[in-house]
Design a protein around this ligand. Structure first.
Ligand code: NAD
Length: 332
């Protein structure tokens, strides 16, 4: 029996959160995110200004990230935020839903659960940076952070190089078991280390914390390391010292976000780096920038998280849901 993958003009597709895990994996997310970073750098895709507000109810932060990809024809927004009281209600504190629209007519096209997609697209971003910027001979992966995102980050990272070991540090040591368990799932040995040791051993480091102070200092890092800073997505957050950005070659998903809400905000504010020294990762993907120039260079990816990443993975989820006949179509 052939499946009907068409959607009528009066139909809306729903892909619920519960369907995402069986639809889209690290590989599909990687492809979607790599393509959209490339489109952003070609100026085929752009993000609209981000809205994020404390709504004065339930201690919640609410907002939306949106954009349009002319190449992939993804148009829409991710709506959601952070409700700190949700845990007590048996719900995830972070809540996200993606709304997609038909780029030709503006009609609503799909509603897609965005919680798992957020973790997958964030992990895909650092994974794209590792593919294009880490040394080919990278063997040790360093993880700073052991929260919800860290497991997704590790799983996506190990797809890019032949890592033989994972070393990790976390501000709350009791959470390190998540890193140990994830490394075990991936068949890799895990060692909990202090920060100087992490910097000495690791060839690639991912930072994924909600820290507001620099954790990694410039003297922790050895030449040739690639660092993906993924936790800083808000004004005031910080994971690495501004000095480190001054000694590294800095790449990002989007420069406007990097200098305002990303890891580069501090180095820019302190005059340690110039905005025009920051390179879009899409330029490396497209081959208009060479990326890493030597095995001694320290490369740093400031992954701030853009709406187009959400739209790209949500589009993929809709396509796969239609192909597998599990998309819910409702008249709308
Ligand atoms: P989580 O709450 O599950 O874990 C938080 C992590 O930060 C833990 O490792 C915790 O030990 C650490 N931490 C908390 N306070 C700290 C402090 N004062 N100093 C150092 N470390 C501290 O969060 P998560 O879902 O894993 O998200 C981690 C971060 O990633 C958050 O800041 C989140 O906003 C960010 N994030 C970024 C993107 C992106 O696209 N860049 C996407 C999703 C999440």
């Amino acid at each position: 029996m052939s499946l009907d993958t068409t959607v009528a003009t009066n139909e809306l597709v729903i892909v619920p959160e519960s369907a995402i895990a069986d639809l889209i994996d690290a590989e599909a997310s990687f492809e979607a995110v790599e393509q959209v970073f490339a489109a952003m750098s070609r100026r085929d895709a752009y993000n609209f200004p981000v809205i994020r507000e404390a709504i004065g109810h339930a201690d919640a932060l609410y907002g939306f990230k949106s954009g349009f990809d002319r190449a992939g024809l993804a148009l829409g927004l991710k709506s959601g935020g952070y409700w700190p009281g949700n845990d007590a209600k048996g719900l995830t504190n972070h809540q996200s839903t993606v709304f997609l629209f038909d780029a030709d007519t503006g009609r609503p096209k799909a509603i897609v659960g965005g919680n798992l997609l957020t973790a997958l697209r964030t992990a895909a971003a650092s994974s794209v940076s590792i593919k294009h910027l880490a040394r080919d001979d990278a063997k040790v992966l360093g993880m700073v952070g052991a929260g919800h995102q860290s497991a997704f980050q590790m799983r996506a990272a190990v797809r890019q190089r032949n890592f033989e070991k994972v070393v990790g540090w976390n501000f709350h040591p009791e959470m390190l078991s998540r890193l140990a368990d994830t490394a075990a799932e991936l068949g890799l040995p895990f060692e909990a280390v202090d920060l100087p040791e992490l910097g000495t051993q690791a060839d690639v480091i991912i930072t994924i914390t909600s820290s507001f102070d620099a954790i990694l200092q410039a003297d922790h890092i050895t030449p040739g390391t690639h660092i993906a800073c993924m936790g800083t997505d808000t004004k005031g957050k910080q994971e690495v010292a501004a000095d480190l950005l001054a000694t590294a070659t800095v790449f990002t998903d989007e420069i406007a976000q990097s200098i305002t809400i990303g890891e580069a905000q501090h180095a820019i504010a302190q005059g340690r780096i110039a905005e025009d020294a920051i390179i879009e990762i899409g330029a490396v993907i497209n081959g208009t920038h060479s990326g890493r120039m030597s095995s001694d260079e320290i490369t740093l990816f400031d992954g701030t998280g853009v709406g187009l990443q959400d739209l790209a993975v949500a589009e993929k989820a809709v396509t796969l849901a239609l192909e597998r006949g599990i998309a819910q179509k409702v008249p709308f």
